[in-house]
Design a protein around this ligand. Sequence first.
Ligand code: MG
Length: 251
Amino acid sequence: MPCDAGGRLIDPALDAALSRFAVQQQVLVASDYDGTLSPIVADPAAATPHTVTLEAFLALSHVVGVATAIVSGRTPEHLAEFVGTNENVHLVGNHGATMDSGHDADRVRELARQLTELLGTHPGAAVEPKATGAAFHYRHSTDPDAASAAARSVVRAVGASMIEGKMVVEGVLGSGDKGTALRALRDETHAAAVLFIGDDVTDEAAFGVLTPPDISIKVGDGDTSAMFRVPDVPDVGAVFRRLHELLADGS
Ligand SMILES: [Mg+2]
């Protein structure tokens, strides 16, 4: 099987797709953040990038004909803290959702207030306020099932879109998702082909807008509509390094 420069194996079918992708005039390489560029950790606030994988991603941002983007559930400000300010990397936060009106802002505050109230009965959980909603992390909750159920009923009551991730329930107000964000990025960057890689349910919306020569890659286990799969965060770096090699060969 083909290896990247770091010696990690790459699925031959994925390698062939990367070769077809690399010959396009202008491409967009987009990635989720948590669980893709950064290993999932117990405390979301403590998540730091997998240095080797992030470096491989950022290296692509300096290649002529390549645009890069991170599309994440975090805020753009949060993402900038991790990747620094790099004008070659588009940062899209809040799962690609954008706010429509002041009415939405009131509902965002109400959602955060009601989720915060749950902390009294579900110790160990944590609320992460966001510009377009709020996330309820129950990984450390004393009764994760009950905490998750309570958070879901709050999200439903407020009328927010529900996003269920790994030990997190999130309510999102406003409109749009990672799929709409990726379409907008494709237009903005004039990309002839788009690669997107991600590990969670919210990434499926992005996978859904891709067709060859685009490439969609799911990180880890779980149902997916992605074309390819890699096992873990270091393998994401291997894909980026292999793509870098192929782009260099073609130039
Ligand atoms: Mg993720």
